[in-house]
Design a protein around this ligand. Sequence first.
Ligand code: NAP
Length: 336
Amino acid sequence: MTIRIGVIGTGAIGADHARRINQTLTGGKVVAVTDVNREQAEAVVDRLQLDAKVYDNGHDLIAAADVDAVLVTSWGPTHEEFVVAAIKAGKYVFCEKPLATTAQGCFNIVEAEQAAGKRLVQVGFMRPYDSGYRQLKACIDAGDIGEPLMIHAAHRNPTVPERYITEMAIHDTLIHELDVFRWLLNDDYKSAQVIFPRKTRYTHSQLADPQIVLLETVKGTRIDVEVFVNCQYGYDIQCSVVGEEGIANLPEPQSLLMRKGAKLSNEILMDWKDRFIAAYDVELQDFLDGCNAGQMRGASSWDGLAAAVAADACVKAQQTGQIEAIEMPPRPAFYA
Ligand code: NAP
């Protein structure tokens, strides 16, 4: 069966997901779009040659009888409202990260989903679909490096726009690491601390860049993540898991090895869209397949909540300079 999809928010990732649904994946078709900027939604329909109706707002799109499932790819602060509305309409919903911008917002979604009696939400955490992270997880799960003791990681972007401020290093950037480490380690977080090194001259007054986030898990694994979003040289994701018997590193993305001008070199990607392009494809295919099978399989609302609880503690740690506790409520059987 072809799942008829409505897309709320046709910006960078909304347009990219609409393209992959119609041109790359199977089992789905975009039939409806909306954006606060209607002209942008119309331009995306034209550019991608979508056979899709442009709606005035997300709520009308969700209510449309010919929309089977919804993609929420608008700004983070609008996610909660649209995800809850889709749940209440009994429709499957794929929500880009963050599920909601606060832990309370995620709680509201978790409650609405439980009241609906069935998992309807998949959160857009794509790293567990990346082949490199999957290799890392398989290695840890097989016990190849013994019990994981430490993770050293880095999340580096070449540059960010002026509107990107200190807190966004957590809510927009680190949120991916907060999700993927829980999944890699099969563990939850216990505490967070944020340390600010000397600022790069490429940042602005509202952004402390770089930052080092120190996390401790319930089992006692220690994690340090460098978040450096004006690193200039590329989009670079690093993850090294130190175990009792060995170290496993996230594979580098495949790239040409070149010998030229007395140098041996590899290109480094500049754009996040290219780094995880295959993972986005597998992730959204899983969503379409889940809609068809009547069962969601990717990151759940509970995973979205767990990342948000940890993110809130990290933001508090940015402000206090202290080690802040991360307290997860007990996981309901619904999300076992
Ligand atoms: P973007 O380019 O700014 O696109 C967001 C779009 O949503 C814009 O076109 C915006 O309209 C529109 N919008 C805002 N409020 C709306 C509303 N109430 N109803 C309908 N449309 C609305 O941002 P983006 O980079 O695509 O990011 C969108 C979301 O995806 C964010 O939550 C972001 O964190 C997430 N994201 C995830 C990944 C990932 O790796 N998983 C990567 C990128 C982004 P105007 O701009 O016209 O006002």
